[in-house]
Write a protein that binds this ligand. Sequence first.
Ligand code: G3P
Ligand code: MG
Length: 241
Amino acid sequence: MQPELPIVMGHRGAPSIAPENTLLGFTACFQAGARWTETDVCLIGDGTPVIFHDSTLDRCTDQSGSVADIDCADLSRINANQAFPEQGFQSIPTLRQALVHFEALGMGINLELKRHDHVAPEALVEAVGNVFKTSDFPAGQLMLSSFDFDALRLAREAFPTATLAVIAENLDADVLDVAAELKASAVNLWWETLSFDQVRQARAKGLLVNIWTANQPEKVASMIEWGVTSLMSDCPQLFQA
Ligand code: G3P
Ligand code: MG
């Protein structure tokens, strides 16, 4: 199934104006006009899937150390808003909490499966799958993506009809091979090395091309003319015109 993607998605929400990968940040992203966002899911120590990018707490929270060393019970005491103190305490959302929030907003998500070193791909995909099995999040509002080919293969087994995207810096041959093997809908590529030829090759294989992380409208405008479907931005507010 080919998803209906908007031209502009948030990237971790709208981290230029609100804390990344938080419920508040997703609301800010929606209010900035983006109807989809990219976001990251990883596992903490007790196997709970949470919305968080890094393998450590150091950059985004008021704590330090590995995400492998925290459990669900710790989430309520960790402040995931270091960038915008005036916006107050924000916890790391569980995937389940985030799905409820996205559904209430009517937002679609490009959910990046982030496999940190302490987690096997099987554990990540199983835990994420268990959340979706007990959620009524609309399939048409979800795209699962990853840099990790093993995680994507397991995701295809667990979600036979899901929309998948292969993330890569460059459109190397193995990326196109995996996309074909997994019947992926899209390749999510790094805009800085993107060429017209890469877009042409991917589109010729029936793939959508989405780009990350596009924060300067003038630098990516021509890529939309090349055939890029959607761009992920830290600054969705800059792209609405
Ligand atoms: O999903 C694309 C993009 O988010 C990949 O890089 O490090 O921002 O998750 P990163
Ligand atoms: Mg990401």
